[in-house]
Write a protein that binds this ligand. Structure first.
Ligand SMILES: C[S@@+](CC[C@H](N)C(=O)[O-])C[C@H]1O[C@@H](n2cnc3c(N)ncnc32)[C@H](O)[C@@H]1O
Length: 300
């Protein structure tokens, strides 16, 4: 995989898909991988209590289907059927090899080389659990949001999405702490500015789902008064992930939740700050922001 072909990311109008080599390396984000597997374990236990077989759709498997592989051995064909979606043809080819080498053909696994932002769910074979980890910190660059939007609008409310919730906050980083010593307590969340979850994206359930093709996310404004900036030296975007129920990835625990620096705060700043934000899906998805400085009178 460590070749030019394997290292090349693929660009799409909704964001990029990682090169095979990078997708394989996600496994090494040990805390990430553990938390996702623990969350998926909870969701599977819950769903298999009521129904068999359950159907798991995994969007963006990478070459190893890392987050699901441990479960394939644990549950029988009668318990779980799988649909694996992967957009990168090289990752898809290696995934097929992995499945063959591990002798998994006897399990009920459908392998589909296609784009999860456009994939049409078969209404007669709706998934009970949908998994995708196609994100970076601050939900930048990759296709997590368009993938979940496409899939959320097609399925019933009972479908569990993994991760269950991703929150972005405007936050502050404490001053005078060297980068290598920084801990999650050194960041302060100011305001939640974006949430990815079934509840936030489709609050009125099925009614609007079919028509919600043109998406524009709510603009938010975070105002931080000058006195609240004292002792902090950076404005950041903070990411928190609720994988499922109590299984979470908190600030700075993984590359996916590393706070993203957006602006230095000068020591002698006399003004307050407002930050206008809106999440945008484009060839480079991101939380767009505009920072404005205000004199105390302007905010009064
Ligand atoms: C961050 S990697 C994660 C790999 C693996 N699931 C893991 O957790 O270790 C994301 C994978 O999703 C794939 N992907 C990205 N966008 C996709 C899309 N729109 N449809 C299907 N797969 C996609 C990428 O090619 C890549 O293999």
């Amino acid at each position: 995989m460590d070749t030019e072909k394997g290292r090349n990311d693929i660009e799409f109008e909704n964001g990029k898909a990682l090169g095979t080599y990078w997708a394989a390396l996600c496994l090494d984000g040990l805390l990430r991988t553990r938390q996702f597997i623990r969350g998926i374990n909870e969701a599977i236990k819950e769903k298999t209590n009521n129904k068999k077989p359950i159907h798991i759709l995994y969007a963006g498997t990478g070459p190893f289907a890392t987050l699901i592989l441990p479960f394939i051995f644990r549950y029988s064909k009668q318990d779980i059927k799988y649909t694996f979606l992967e957009i990168n043809p090289f990752s898809f080819k290696l995934l097929k090899n992995v499945i063959l080498k591990l002798g998994l053909e006897e399990y009920n696994i459908s392998l589909i080389n296609s784009d999860a932002t456009k994939y049409q769910v078969d209404s007669k074979n709706e998934p009970d659990i949908i998994i995708s980890e196609t994100m970076q910190n601050a939900l930048a660059k990759e296709q997590q949001v368009p993938i979940f939007l496409n899939l959320m609008r097609q399925v019933k409310n009972e479908t569990i999405f993994i991760p269950e919730k991703i929150n972005l906050f405007i936050g502050l980083k404490k001053a005078e702490i060297p980068l290598e010593e920084i801990q999650s307590k050194d960041y302060k969340k100011e305001m939640k500015v974006f949430e990815v979850s079934k509840e936030s994206m489709f609050p009125s359930n099925n009614l609007n789902k079919a028509t919600a093709t043109e998406v524009s996310f709510t603009k938010k404004q975070t105002i931080i008064r000058n006195e609240k900036l004292k002792g902090f030296n950076q404005i950041v975007i903070i990411t928190e992930i609720q994988v499922y129920k109590n299984e979470k990835i908190e600030i700075n625990e993984s590359g996916l939740t590393t706070p993203l620096f957006i602006k230095d705060i000068p020591n002698d700043l006399k003004s307050s700050i407002s930050i206008d934000t809106q999440y945008i899906i484009s060839s480079e998805p991101k939380l767009e922001y505009k920072i404005t400085y205000h004199t105390p009178n302007q905010l009064a």
